[in-house]
Design a protein around this ligand. Structure first.
Ligand code: HEM
Length: 511
């Protein structure tokens, strides 16, 4: 969807607002001159973001290289952008209560994500965090999710194998998207969505979900979105239709699940069935409000699907560009998994990928972290400041300002990662003993930091390690066209624009 074209009738209004903003910038600069407080340098206005939307993260990285923390002016508030780990630690951890989603993020995100964990603060957040963290730490969910990942990884390997035999090119991001959608759906609902098998209902849902995510991000830069929503025009009208597709599908599943669970309570034979998926576990806690359940599951889908699939895609991209690293990982995988012989089936190979074996794959862990450092699935993450404050760098922020930390820009800043910051070098994560060496969450911000640090970090690494060990243990990968530029598409998560075309080659006889 081309947002710029979709919004072209707004150009005149935008130009007028840009002129007003320029006056506003002058006024702010004069005010700052006379104020005792210091404010971060103004690097531009949000209209610059709009103009640079297709290369938003490059634009923001360039600004961050000049000023690690800077401001952009918007008609409603100052927007502070930081790539400074000390400021990041402060807003995400030290003074956590003063920075949250706030009304601004809630109003943008809640049409799609409702009152889920991603949109709320305070008590509503605390309750969901507590219940969800408990569920995520249970052995039942851990074992169930690992078995789902292994099954789906073997399925993906089977699909890749056929394409490798016919020497066909494939969009591996599309494959990962389908595989992670099926996985998180199974873990969330206990239901096979089967987008990998081409189920039309599943695919329709997945498309509506993708487009809604892209259109929701657009709201951050299109200040006219509330008017468009009220008038039900442009991308807002399409967003509304897509959310209806999502809702119809979700509510149907929720109704079926509630029915299934209540039947199982009446029938002693069925009540023995293991309640492994997240939804059954919430129903067990007597959470039966369909809207609440919809929000919880949808937030998990948003959290767990694109993030993992895009990271795996950038990972394959990096390995296609760095063949030696690819081979080093493949060697580690085969040495640790120890397949019986070279004809081991994909299903058997997946079974070797137990938690103990995955733990030994330290270099793979490093390479995935290195991918996330350079291509963080959540490239920018905005908070709202709830009360006037001064950041550790000595500059002030005002109540209502948007304060955003930028994992994408941070990964490319030399003062944080050294002269080779822009290089893909998994070794930076390995200590002298050859083991993985972590970094503080305020330096490596891909999973956020502080009390709201990603709840699914361990879950995500487990899934990514199972998929990548399976694929690299059995295949090697190369870009279909080395000359074709690979770029991101600006949306809530860092997708590869138009997918990633690769060819796969069998390493052994496995099938
Ligand atoms: C590579 C994979 C992943 C990355 C890079 C990632 C990153 C993040 C980030 C940056 C946040 C903060 C977002 C915000 O400010 O709202 C977050 C939050 C969250 N993530 Fe992840 N995530 C990943 C995978 C997952 C998975 C697989 C799940 C679960 C299935 C998950 C569950 C969550 C949840 C529930 C939150 C909200 C936490 C809260 O607000 O308390 N994530 N994640």
């Amino acid at each position: 969807m081309d947002f710029i074209t979709a919004s072209s009738p707004s150009i005149v209004i935008i130009t007028a607002l840009a002129a007003l903003l320029t006056l506003y910038a002058v006024k702010i600069s004069v005010q700052c001159l006379f104020s005792k407080k210091r404010y971060h340098p103004i690097a531009g206005t949000i209209f610059n973001q709009l103009l640079n939307f297709h290369r938003l993260h490059h634009y923001m990285t360039d600004l961050a290289k000049k000023n690690q923390t800077y401001r952009l002016l918007s008609p409603f508030r100052s927007e502070v952008y930081t790539a400074d780990p000390v400021n990041v630690e402060y807003i995400l951890k030290t003074n956590f209560p003063n920075y949250g989603k706030g009304w601004h993020n809630y109003s943008i995100l809640s049409d799609l994500l409702g009152d889920g964990i991603f949109t709320v603060d305070g008590e509503k957040w605390r309750h969901q965090r507590k219940v969800s963290s408990h569920e995520f730490s249970t052995k039942v969910l851990r074992d169930f999710s690992s078995s789902v990942f292994r099954r789906n990884a073997a399925k993906v390997a089977g699909m890749i194998s056929e394409l490798a035999i016919s020497n066909s090119s494939m969009d591996i991001q599309d494959l990962f998207m389908k595989a992670t959608m099926d996985s998180i759906f199974k873990v969330g609902f206990g239901i096979e969505l089967d987008t990998m098998g081409g189920s039309s209902e599943g695919t329709r849902f997945a498309n509506a979900f993708d487009d809604s995510s892209a259109m929701t991000l657009w709201r951050y830069v299109d200040i006219l979105w509330t008017i468009k929503r009220r008038l039900n025009v442009g991308f807002e009208a399409t967003l509304k239709k897509n959310i209806k597709v999502i809702d119809d599908f979700m509510y149907k599943l929720i109704r079926n699940k509630i029915e299934q669970v209540s039947k199982s309570k009446e029938d002693p034979d069925l009540s023995e069935t293991k309640k492994e998926d997240i939804m059954s576990r919430f129903l067990d806690l007597n959470e039966t409000d369909p809207r609440y359940l919809r929000d919880i599951i949808l937030n998990f889908l948003v959290a767990g699907r694109d993030t993992t699939a895009t990271t795996l895609s950038w990972f394959i991209y990096m390995l296609s560009k760095n063949f030696k690293i690819q081979e080093k990982i493949a060697k580690e995988v085969r040495e640790m998994a120890k397949p019986k012989d070279e004809n081991t089936s994909f299903v058997d190979f997946a079974a070797y990928l137990t938690e103990d074996v995955l733990d030994k794959m330290q270099y793979l862990h490093a390479a995935l972290s290195e991918t996330l450092r350079l291509f963080p699935a959540v490239a920018v993450d905005a908070k709202i400041c709830f009360g006037d404050d001064t950041l550790p760098d000595g500059y002030s922020v005002k109540k209502g300002d948007m304060v955003t930390y930028m994992p994408y820009a941070m990964g490319r800043i030399k003062s944080i990662w050294g002269e080779d910051a822009e290089e893909f070098r998994p070794e930076r994560w390995i200590n002298e003993d050859g083991n993985f060496r972590g970094e503080t969450a305020s330096k490596f911000t891909a999973f956020q930091a502080g009390p709201r640090i990603c709840l699914g970090k361990e879950f995500a690494y487990r899934q990514m390690k199972i998929f990548s060990a399976m694929l690299l243990g059995c295949f090697s990968f190369a870009l279909t066209d080395e000359t074709k530029p690979v770029k991101y598409r600006t949306m809530l998560n860092l997708h590869i624009d138009n997918g990633l075309q690769v060819r796969a080659f069998h390493r052994y006889e496995s099938k």
